[in-house]
Write a new protein. Sequence first.
Length: 435
Amino acid sequence: MSELINYYLKRFLFNADDTSFERLEEKKKSILLNLFFFLFFPAIGIFIGMNIYKHDLGTALFNAVCLIVAVFTFWLLRKKKKLLTASILFVGIIFIISSFFFLTGGSNRSGIAFALMLPLPVILILGKERGFMALLAFFIVNTAIYAAFNEASWCPNYSESMLFRLSIVFLFIATIAFANEFIFELLYSRLEKMSISLRTSQERYKNLAVNREKFLSIISHDLSDHIGSFMAISSLLNDQYDELSNEDKQKLISHMAGVSKNNYKLLHDLLKWSTVQMDHIPYAPVAFKLEKIYREVIELFNPLIEEKKLSVFLKMRSNSELYADYHMASAILRNLVSNAIKFSHPGGEIRISAKEKDDKMQISVSDKGVGMNDASLLRFNSSLSFSNPGTMQEPGSGIGLILTKEFVHKNEGEIVIESAPNKGTKVSFTLPLVD
């Protein structure tokens, strides 16, 4: 018998279409409403049958109207997914029926038992606060009506002892409903914390997998190419040393020195990037002016700027202070200016601009150099490494833009890149302003 009851209870509970609702509380209300409706329909059907059998046509008509409204409410829930409207209507129906049974006694003065069950659907569906207000309204309205019409023929003359017992039972059922809601909210808050923790862990593992792919991409492409180039030059120098002229030897040695420096830079950037991924680089925001970093960066790259005869322009529409990690902000501008120099044609120009945008400063570095194709833009947006030689065959580490992107996000900023082949590149990023 218990297995049969469990079977039908599961059918009632899980027959609700809770997939249409996102929040757990909405799913709970959907399932409970579905269950209450399946309990309500046979109960009100039995009442109508009893009313007709006892020739209480007035009560039968009242119950029939409530049944029609309940069917409409059920349709709103199941077909239209109007959870809030269905909840209010259903509670309203139960409210009216309970008031009717309390004030009239129902058929043969026995319907009062139905009114005592009111706290369950009211609190479980509306929640503790709304449920309490609804029950308080029910108590005040019915007390006032009973006090005004208790001498009428249709109103049962409850004794004080009877009213006291009814109040105790009503309060007991309300307490159970309140306790159920309290326990649900407690469990829900714990479940929500667990869910947040699981989502955080899932996101962390996902990032680890993505970062592993980035790392392998850098190792397999950039570092292997650089080491392979160094190995090829050193092998040529070793195998044909006596056959090469001093000028060729000097060129090969210079080339080896350049490749070695680039390999060191790549390894240094890889180490810095992996440190960022493990959150070992401290984030220490301070207030500073962008102009200070600009002067340091231009001074650093001044020899390269003069070598390519480039013009660098700074356009500041705001002199407000930034609030970010100074070393990260310096590295961001350093990488972007380095790329702009690398891919600018001799005699070209580089523009650095800054303007306030909401509570952040938007900084842009643009050039009119070789630009980037769609494949390179896709790799940047996917945070994958890529490296192309500059206009004077300057090598790159392949990870500079990845580090730049990581540092911008670390400082709660955003970065956008616009580029087209042979038209140049513009990289814009934001950093927070001092409040």
